[in-house]
Design a protein around this ligand. Sequence first.
Ligand code: AMP
Ligand code: ZN
Length: 459
Amino acid sequence: MKLYLYDTWQRKIRTFEPLNLGEVGLYCCGPTVYDYAHIGNLRTYMFEDTLRRVLEFNGHSVRHVVNITDVGHLVSDGDEGEDKMEKGSRRAGGESAWVIAELYTKAFQKDMHALNNLEPTLWCRATEHISEQIDFIATLESKGFTYRTTDGIYFDSSKQDNYGYLARLDLSGLKAGVRVDMGQKRNLTDFALWKFSPQDSQRQMEWDSPWGIGFPGWHIECSAMSRKYLSPWFDIHCGGEDHIGVHHTNEIAQSQACDGTRAANFWMHGHFLQLDNAKMSKSTNDFLRLQSLVDLGYDPLAYRYLNLTAHYRKQLNFSWNALDGAQQALDRLRVSYAAWPEGGGVDQVFASSFLHEINQDLNTPRALALVWGLVKSSLSDADKKATLRHCDQVLGLALDGWQPSDTMIPSEVMELAKARQVARQEKNWQVSDDLRSRIIKLGYIVEDGAQGVQIKKLS
Ligand code: AMP
Ligand code: ZN
């Protein structure tokens, strides 16, 4: 059966055919590790994990590369402002940027495992690939795509006829609307390849280069590392929708200048998780972490389930009601699955409908609807179990790993705990105490520790 995927470059759904018979090359832009990932970021990594699972389900082996941005991502996309890592270090009372990077890399990987995202074939850090980035910039320089300003080496976007094609940028419209200070940049869309360290202070992360001491611009790491670990022309490059206009546009500009390719055959983008219909972002500090959900008694896989209910190319508005619904649905699925006996076979008619849905550009909402059809079908329970196990290779709900246990927190208790959180935030101590007592009456205790709120069953 054919696999159809949406390609942002061509702005259409295309049949996916691997470039090489051996392995599909998949590069996913990783996190900037100056803070915890929020559940919006994690939505993008779950979309990418689903993509990988679907590729494997279709019989491809996948070389899945994820980078760690531990230097070079500036606070503004316009190449001004502080490096996010140095900012993270300052916020942590001067803890070194290296320690900060390690801390948040580990926290991110823990979230990835908790969501049952498959381990990438390879993680690669920007700071461990400085020489590859310098070589890449040197090639761009030798081909005449760069110029020097007092603060760095820049890519001259006017040297390419199709600069901005991925985002369908209207360059003349951009120029007309320009109100920002371009500094010494020749064109609004030019971007830094190498930034010089400031004269008056020493950066924590800096390296020598043919152009002077400094650090790489954010976009060059992905071009250099995808080229090294996959090749100058590989299958699929992914990220969140915010990468279309700047980061991926600039990666493509670099690859076209260096190798004459747009790096990847397919460019795919996950759409945003919204909170109260606004973008959730790391810089505004009002974000929810996966741990925030766990503290309230939710299973990380309930958040995975919630994401499966929405197509990755549609924005998803996060709500506690929707997460409650996802937790309940997941629990129902788990309980049925655990109760069904072994020994059945995969129902081929159902399996082929399931494959058909996920092969339509990862239509997970339709695939989930099919799963509920299976649960209610007249198939034998043993066949249902075998068939659902087959589908879970794509859904990633880890149904086989789940055991019914008394650590499951009833939704009634969770509701009360959430109401108590709200009361505490509003310093409404009387209401908060009443809610706590009601939770105790139901046989649970809610504790506020350094790790956040914890709900435990009273023994
Ligand atoms: P960052 O750590 O900021 O570089 O972002 C990591 C990934 O999360 C990137 O692929 C972003 O495009 C993606 N991302 C950022 N915000 C959101 C959001 N609210 N919803 C979904 N993905 C996001
Ligand atoms: Zn990238």
